[in-house]
Design a protein around this ligand. Structure first.
Ligand code: ZN
Ligand code: ZN
Length: 879
């Protein structure tokens, strides 16, 4: 039963950070502001998003990568600069920031960033008409319309995944498709189109993102694609100018996110968050205000570089066309970017301020709606009276045509409003953090009580009944009534209520068992354990540290190992080699085919060295699949098309492995284990790009030798008496090896970002979800093998499985508590992104360990007529 509690509790904890730190910013049912009452400087706007183009590639060597655009900039001026995105640096959030002016909350990840969790307003919905071309995945985000006339106002043309990119050097074919469709469209309607105003043309160019992923941004192949795309953009610009001769077209060229050198994005590195922008045409100031940054176009032509937030693009584009910003927008209009009359700018800024105020007023009303709100603190800078005062002040200034004052008040109001919105959105963050901490502490106490119970059961063979005293019962009931009463009266959302109430059932659980000693270990042991946990936490920040931890652990194990034979020497060499891996650069994004093929050789030769028995079907299936993998990689190197049969063979082997490990063809547990290792590492080898396989094979072999020496020391020490400190030691080893397998070949960032090259044998089209699945599979295989080895070969761990398991949860949860307090929603996006991934990875690892331990027991240990507790002697006989 307690395993189920553990799984449910950890899934709930996983959700907690999103409720505590990241609430959805979208408010529904808001009224849009009216259009600006003056004539807009532009009648249409062309928004070009070059997906995945980073600022570095664009500005490289004074724009020498974009020669056509460079000429255009010299002629047309306009504004040039860097637009700063937020994490996660993925396509969906980037486009939403640009087109809706809002930063979607990271909890959208739970919906896979595919479906819109909540509907939101966009610049397209405010416009008279929108024409868009690009990839289906992006266009569909903006294709949800509530209005009846949607079909007339929106023309979307998307290609699906039928444009294959695998092995295709020319990813700009994707962009060519867009350009040709736009050209066709403009030529089809040269008479009607110029008559329309307040129109958006949206061109989504996926070619560069795909090129970046496959070729990596610093290669010649990527440059070739960039040249083609930028030339295409220039041609499209010329075409627009030909069709629309009224000089009333504004252009925005930017990108949704950047890309790292290794061809990935998602995290918060400057290469990922810094994207270029170039805005020119009608309504755009050719030179804004003074800035410290410049870029030299020619010997004597310098262009200033500006910085904006990605979400500022939405109110800017709206203002250029005389439209109000989308109702959910959080961006502030950069007024100096506009080339318009003082009155026009004042009106646009005021409209922006009212739009933001509408969101604040909604949150304020909602807070005031709660019956107990008169007792609670409020945002003092912008109370009801202040809001009304500011509004009338604005009206007066507008009436007196004092546009400077209107602009200034509007900006002050916007600043306060944004702070106020944040204040009310995070209103319950502190109580939630407190409640979650109490839940986690109660959970730790529950685990300790379980351990205590197990220990006494073990020593005295007495069943203890659960005890929940009446007094404690009453106290919990009062708490439950009090908190739920508050939630109902204050009309809190169900998520907030759930996490505020969570401590009560966990506390009830923790109090069920009486505890004799709060510290199950001696003071010294506890201190050492806490130090080890701290060490693991630190290794999340610098992966080199895990090398030190690994060597120290190896030394400790060897102290108890008295044998000094050839195995001893081999192990020493292995430990030293393994300790070097975390010092190497991460393997993600690094492809080395020689190392890759060498890994194949190791996979095949390992069974011969360790005398591993295999069934005929294992040998046959693996031989075919490895040959097939080699063929796939060979094709990939030569950028040739992959036949469908190859993919089919890879997926068949994948299914074969998972079916085959469910059977145990041999009677020796060790033989079965070796077979599972062989099958799993063969599957793993198909997902590698360079030296990962060497590391995992070494780690597994070293672990088997370590377990052998641990086995001899543990059986002599604890044959008869139960030792809790040994349980902690074994569980700490499991966690250490797990994290070592993560960080040995990659760092924290590479766990969350991925390299599409790992799917060379499995996929030919770019499908993020299948790739994500393969990344998770690649990370999990070593963990599964580690758990299998420890729970199969170490008889101590089979006997005290439950104890070890509880210790495992204790250690993981103490680490998770640590990371809960390190989650940040302020500061640089690199810090925020990493802090979220630490907590999430910790929770997921705990869950995975729970599942794998049970799986390994079922697959390898559990005999057919299973008796609940095997004696040590029996196990030794079996193995
Ligand atoms: Zn993208
Ligand atoms: Zn991408």
């Amino acid at each position: 039963m307690w395993v189920i509690y553990a799984v449910v509790f950890h899934i709930l904890l996983l959700g907690s950070i999103f409720v505590i730190y990241f609430r959805s910013p979208v408010i529904q049912g808001l009224k849009p502001q009216p259009n600006l009452p003056l004539e807009a400087p532009a009648r249409r706007l062309v928004l070009i998003v070059a997906d995945g183009l980073r600022a570095q590639s664009f500005f490289y060597k004074n724009l020498s990568n974009v020669p056509n655009l460079r000429q255009l900039i010299k002629r047309q001026q306009g504004l040039l600069g860097i637009s700063h995105t937020r994490v996660p640096t993925e396509s969906r959030p980037g486009h939403i920031a640009l087109i809706a002016g809002l930063y979607e909350d990271p909890s959208a990840v739970t919906r896979g960033w595919k479906e819109n969790p909540i509907e939101f307003d966009t610049i397209f919905q405010r416009a008279r008409r929108t024409y868009a071309w690009g990839s289906h995945d992006i266009l569909r985000i903006f294709n949800k319309w509530s209005q009846a006339d949607a079909a007339d106002r929106l023309v979307f043309e998307a290609y699906n995944n039928e444009l294959d990119f695998w092995g295709n050097v020319k990813t700009y074919e994707l962009d060519k498709w867009v350009f040709s469709r736009v050209t066709e469209f403009l030529k089809r309607k040269p008479k009607i189109l110029p008559k329309l105003d307040k129109v958006y043309f949206f061109l989504h160019l996926l070619g560069l993102d795909t090129a970046g992923h496959i070729h990596k941004p610093q290669t010649d192949l990527f440059l070739e694609n960039l040249f083609a795309t930028e030339a295409g953009i220039y041609k499209i610009y010329q075409l627009f100018e030909e069709v629309f001769k009224d000089q009333k077209t504004a252009y925005v060229l930017t990108s949704d996110h950047g890309m790292t050198n290794s061809g990935s994005h998602g995290a918060g590195q400057p290469y990922e968050t810094e994207t270029p922008f170039y805005i020119w045409g009608a309504g755009i100031n050719s030179r804004s205000y003074n800035t410290a940054k410049y870029i030299e176009l020619d010997a004597n032509i310098r262009m200033p570089l500006y910085d904006i937030e990605q979400a500022q693009m939405a109110p800017l584009m709206s203002a250029v066309l005389g439209l109000p910003p989308p109702v959910n927008n959080f961006g502030i209009l950069p007024r100096y970017f506009l080339n318009a009359s003082e009155e026009y700018i004042a009106r646009a800024v005021e409209c922006n301020a009212y739009q933001l105020l509408e969101q604040y007023v909604y949150l304020l009303k909602k807070h005031k709606n709660g019956i107990l709100s008169f007792l609670l603190p409020e945002y003092s800078a912008l109370t009801w009276t202040n809001v009304n005062g500011m509004k009338s002040y604005l009206e007066q200034a507008q009436f007196a045509e004092d546009f400077k004052t209107v602009t200034n008040i509007s900006y002050a109001l916007m600043e306060m409003t944004l702070k106020g919105i944040e204040y009310y959105q995070n209103y319950y963050s502190m109580p939630l953090l407190f409640a979650t901490t109490i839940s986690m502490l109660s959970w730790l106490r529950y685990l300790l009580s379980l351990l205590d119970l197990e220990e006494r059961n073990c020593l005295e063979k007495v069943e203890f009944k659960s005890v929940l005293k009446k007094r404690e019962h009453k106290l919990l009931l009062i708490l439950l009534l009090g908190i739920s009463g508050f939630c109902i009266l204050q009309k809190l959302s169900w998520e907030v209520s759930l996490y505020l109430l969570l401590p009560i059932p966990v506390m009830a659980l923790a109090l069920t068992n009486k505890i004799q000693t709060l510290l199950p270990l001696t003071f010294g042991h506890t201190l050492v354990l806490l130090l080890c946990i701290e060490f693991l936490v630190l290794s999340f920040f610098s992966r080199q540290l895990i090398s030190v931890g690994f060597v120290l652990h190896a030394l400790l194990v060897r102290k108890s190992d008295n044998t000094k034979d050839w195995k001893y020497c081999i192990k020493t060499i292995m430990i030293l080699i393994l300790a070097i891996f975390p010092l190497l650069p991460p393997s993600v994004g690094y492809t080395n085919n020689r190392l890759f093929f060498l890994g194949f050789l190791f996979t095949i030769s390992r069974p011969m060295l360790v005398e591993c028995k295999l069934t005929l079907s294992d040998k046959l299936a693996t031989a075919i699949s490895l040959l097939n993998a080699m063929y796939c990689v060979h094709k990939h190197i030569n950028k040739e098309e992959l036949p469908d049969i190859c993919q089919f063979l890879s997926w068949s082997y994948f299914s074969y492995v998972f079916i085959a490990i469910c059977y145990r063809p041999f009677c020796s547990r060790r033989q079965n284990l070796e077979r599972v290792i062989f099958l799993m590492t063969s599957l793993y080898s198909m997902l590698c790009t360079s030296y990962e396989l060497h590391f995992i094979l070494l780690l597994i072999t070293e672990l088997i030798l370590t377990v052998d020496s641990m086995q001899s020391s543990l059986t002599t020490d604890c044959a008869n008496k139960f030792q809790l400190s040994e349980c902690f030691r074994v569980s700490f080893s499991i966690i250490l090896y797990t994290f070592f397998s993560f960080f040995g070949t990659g760092n924290m960032a590479s766990v969350s970002s991925f390299d599409p090259n790992i799917m060379r044998c499995f996929l030919t089209t770019f499908s993020p979800f299948v790739i994500m699945f393969l990344v998770i599979l690649k990370l999990s295989i070593p963990v599964f093998l580690i758990v299998c080895i420890i729970f199969t070969l170490l008889s101590f761990s089979i006997e005290y499985e439950k104890h070890i398991f509880i210790c495992l949860l204790l250690i993981c949860d103490i680490m998770a508590l640590h990371f809960l307090y390190m989650v940040r929603n302020h500061g640089s996006w690199l810090e925020i992104g990493t802090s979220i991934s630490h907590f999430v990875i910790m929770q997921v690892t705990t869950l995975i360990l729970v599942i794998f331990t049970h799986a390994s027991k079922l697959l390898l240990v559990k005999p057919k007529n299973f008796t609940s507790r095997l004696t040590v002697q029996n196990i030794i006989k079996i193995s």
